[in-house]
Design a protein around this ligand. Sequence first.
Ligand SMILES: Nc1ncnc2c1ncn2[C@@H]1O[C@H](COP(=O)(O)OP(=O)(O)OP(=O)(O)O)[C@@H](O)[C@H]1O
Length: 260
Amino acid sequence: MDTCAKVKEDRPLLSVQGVMKLYGSRIGCTDVTFDLFPGEVLGIVGESGSGKSTLLGCLAGHLKPDAGRILYDGRDMGALGEPERRRLSRTEWAFVHQNARDGLRMGVSAGGNVGERLMAVGARNYAAIRDTATDWLGRVEIAADRIDDRPSAFSGGMQQRLQIARNLVTGPRLVFMDEPTGGLDVSVQARLLDLLRGLVRDLGLSVVIVTHDLAVVRLLADRLMVMKSGRVVEQGLTDQVLDDPQHGYTQLLVSSVLQV
Ligand SMILES: Nc1ncnc2c1ncn2[C@@H]1O[C@H](COP(=O)(O)OP(=O)(O)OP(=O)(O)O)[C@@H](O)[C@H]1O
């Protein structure tokens, strides 16, 4: 590896510095600082209203922070124009919504949902697009003979897997996930988690994942950030935080799960 490439590898893919987002006088999130390195998975946990979605919205460029800086691959997101942000959303980033319907086009076939992402980054050869779509449906365990079905004919778990294929087909570097296993049956969740873990590992993805579910972060996240009332109360290696929580709130969060 030459020196230049090495320097790039050592640089955070995402650097978040003192980010704050207010809704009027209400704090959405405040004083959030962390680095995400290439290939790392960061889990964000906290109770409802703790600011997880607000922070994710700021990171993904859906919300404009009121203070702080977000650097993506060294570039200040606040200084990027809207066309460049849209280009990044199409090419280098992906966003997996909790509700698959928010991330899919329900009137378009499964193959079309995957294929149109490829077309958005310049693919034009119909046969090659269909082949890639078929391959990706297989990777998310959807049978090839369902390629022309619409997502509305799929189960919740299948829709979520299709949303994941649609998001990953273009080879993004950074994936935002908002409760990707939320709202699914426990057995469906387990299968989806397993699939996600395999894809994250095989593709070496950098991921920021928001969840209520400590089992999800235990399985997927290298590092964990715990939020309460819009602030980060604790962060560290996932096993360390879950096995030896330092903050009273994290202790409560961990013990409430153990008691279930
Ligand atoms: N559009 C909005 N307008 C006003 N206040 C908002 C808005 N969105 C969020 N908030 C407030 O910001 C704070 C953080 O909310 P946020 O939705 O980010 O939390 P969360 O941890 O994602 O919750 P949940 O797990 O329920 O999605 C809460 O006090 C919430 O009421």
